[in-house]
Design a binder for this molecule. Structure first.
Ligand code: SF4
Length: 252
């Protein structure tokens, strides 16, 4: 069963391909909760749910009633066609965690259809779920934005950092880069050491650090300290353009 939370045509707001026109598919469900990010959202059943800035795409128990089930390839293709897009425009698969569907036949068929039409696919993933590049060669054509979770997510180390998976994704994908969400309060020696350990797993992979925040105000507060951190460590700073412009994660 594939759950789709939303789809929209916008520009990529984060990471290596920032500014690129992209069709986004946000899938429902995730293998983590990341309650450490401290974002809350009221679900349709009235419950205030704690999690990350896309908690509405993570928490199945309280938000699944707002998700749409996709059962056929034609449903996916109809969505793409409905936008009348420029040829070969980028497609971004995000969530939640899109790789929870990595072995789903329908999901793989959708990827193959996109690649056949010349679309570049980028997965926005937490980098903790594996992909079988030999069985599903279409993944070798894809880009992986590895948003490996740090201790500020409050997830356990063994769950959020899976060395063999990070190495597999970084070395077999068409392109891969690290993308970290960092808040000003977390910038310290522990963070430096944690990043160093993760980055040493795939040393030639580019690094982008972006300010934590589901709202413009929060992003702004975290921006300048993070820029100073990036300057000191030689990492790339990534803005979160969509939040700075639209003050929202949804539908933009
Ligand atoms: S892994 Fe990503 S989508 Fe899943 S809960 Fe954490 S921040 Fe949210």
């Amino acid at each position: 069963m594939i759950y789709l939370v939303e789809h929209f045509y916008s520009i990529q707001g984060e990471g290596k391909y920032v500014g690129t026109p992209s069709l986004f598919f946000r899938f429902g469900g995730c293998n983590m909760k990341c309650e450490g990010f401290g974002c809350t959202e009221r679900a349709p059943d009235g419950v205030e749910v704690l999690g990350c800035d896309t908690v509405y795409a993570v928490n199945k128990e309280h938000f699944a009633s707002t998700w749409k089930q996709i059962n056929t390839l034609q449903e996916f293709l109809d969505i793409v066609d409905s936008y009348e897009l420029p040829k070969g425009v980028d497609v971004v698969l995000t969530g939640g965690e899109p790789l929870i569907y990595a072995n789903d036949t329908l999901f793989v068929e959708f990827l193959e259809a996109l690649v056949k039409e010349g679309h570049r696919i980028t997965f926005e993933t937490n980098g903790s779920l594996n992909v079988d590049f030999e069985k599903y060669s279409v993944y070798k054509e894809c880009v992986f934005a590895l948003s490996v979770k740090l201790s500020n997510s409050a997830e356990s180390l063994s769950k959020r950092v899976r060395p063999e998976i990070i190495q597999n994704l970084a070395s077999n994908a068409y392109d891969a880069f690290f993308k970290f969400s960092i808040d000003a309060a977390s910038i310290n020696k522990d963070l430096e050491e944690e990043l160093h350990k993760i980055l040493s797993l795939a040393p030639y992979t580019k690094v982008y650090c972006m300010p934590v925040g589901g709202e413009k105000k929060e992003v702004e507060l975290n921006t300048e300290p993070l820029i100073e951190f990036c300057k000191a460590k030689g990492y790339n700073f990534s803005d979160r353009l969509h939040i700075r412009i639209w003050d929202s994660n949804k539908g933009v």
